[in-house]
Design a protein around this ligand. Sequence first.
Ligand code: HEM
Length: 551
Amino acid sequence: MILIVIFFLLVFIIHSFIQIIQWLINQHRLYLIIKTIPGPKINFPLWGNINLLTGILRNQPIGLQSKAFINLMNDICEQYDPNNRIGLIRLWFGPFVPIIIITNANIAQKILNSKDHLDKATFYSLFRYAIKDGVFTSKTEKWLHQKREIQNHLKFKALQRYIANTERHLATLNERIDAVIDDMNKNGQIDDIKPILSTFVLDVLGENLFSTKFHSQSTGVEPKFVRSVNRMLELSYIPFLQPWSYYFNKSILVYLCNLAIFLKTMNYVNNFQYSVRKIILDRFKMKKFEQKSRKQLSLLDSMIESRISSMNPDRILKLNQIETQINTFVVAGHDTTTSALSWALYLLGHHPEQQQRLIKEIDDFLADLNLNGESITLLSMRQLKYLESVILESLRLYPSGPFIARRSRSEFKLNEQTTLPGNINYIIFIQHMHMNPEYFREPKKFYPERFLRCRKETEFEWVNHQAYLPFSGGHRMCLGREYGLMQQRMFLINIFRRYRVKSLDRFGDCQPRFNFLLSSAHFPIRFERRQPQSTPATPSFMTTVSRHSFL
Ligand code: HEM
């Protein structure tokens, strides 16, 4: 008996020994490859470059920490790879965990289009508290199945059905703005536009995604779970930014307080997930959508309908998977869209010339439609090229996702000289690329015209299309891109056919608050009604497909 135990013990020890040797060989190979990539010096191998993060971030309040993080990353890129010569920077998080930052558009495109880089980076697991293993966070194999099922429900042709809800909530938004204009004390001034936009986006998302009325605009408050998700992401972010100092330098009391807040927010998120589950079960049982016109189905209804009508339901998303996707869309679609709307207003409010050009384009477009007795359709909105350029330029200057990250499954040969290592995390630094004068001439300038001047992939005097990644790119590009763009188009047409806006702070004072993907503009703004005689009679958005629609 003892001999058998000794035998197994020996086998175990030899096996572990071989594993350790293999791991050391791999680490050495990784080290040799990474050595060729520029990056900050390591003074103390156990820490790697973590001291850079902790040093700068320790005294920043939550919310601004992430801004400090982005600034730090920008500084590191400029210092260690001046003029984007190589487009790669390495950082060591401790002795064994390297991260590679990519600032070269060509390399970023190769990574995003490679089948070996479909997994999201390890630290995306923080999102799993809020959205579990949905299409945003899932690993390649699961993601392929989920994406196949979801993309049809969000592609351009499917969006027509969301117009009616959006238009109704836009009408409520107008009433809110009108009330501020008519209020003598306020005289059209809103001290912080973000909550107004956020509640509007949420109400639209609730109805379009899962037939739920949040009533956020009428109550003026976001549901608790939305604030909880944001808070949760902020809290999850702290240990990532300050892995050691957070636990050792701060008092245990601070840690416990944050833990208590985390658990409380988790509770709200769980409650929300429970409500979503209930809605899904109810709608599934009632099969209400069977009597509804297909064009009015919410995303949830159409996913359930696919499941019911499928010949092979095993291949279609199950109800619990649908629930995960709905949670994912609310989190992935809410702050990103709010942020895009708020920054577009901010920039236009500071650039009257561009605002006037946009107003003229919208007026001409509406006058043409009126003349022909047509409504605004998804497709006709696309004729507004200046509007599109304003949206694209705002997203360039303020991308909702300043960086995205992937985990490689294997080594990746970039060219004869450079091979990128496998099994490590890559950060694609979108915000840095958007500000690179090599890719975008005069990058700090708000200049929507750049997109009109460079419409084709081959024209890149003002825009390098490869470096433009507000919705990411390649295989795991944003699934809500068309939906997000539609919302922005409808919102801006609606605002500027009625009002002029003026941002009331000093240009540049308003700074984004990042926590991974999320950033929004909080700033004071004044709305003025446009003179009635100068606004053309306004055709409504077309909510049903008629002979004018090309869909
Ligand atoms: C202006 C609005 C939006 C912007 C700027 C934006 C941006 C992005 C970016 C940068 C990513 C890549 C994230 C990463 O790889 O880490 C992404 C992914 C995603 N977005 Fe959006 N998004 C927007 C709106 C939406 C909306 C409205 C929805 C849903 C209704 C949505 C759903 C998703 C999903 C599901 C993914 C994950 C795709 C995948 O991994 O395959 N997004 N988005």
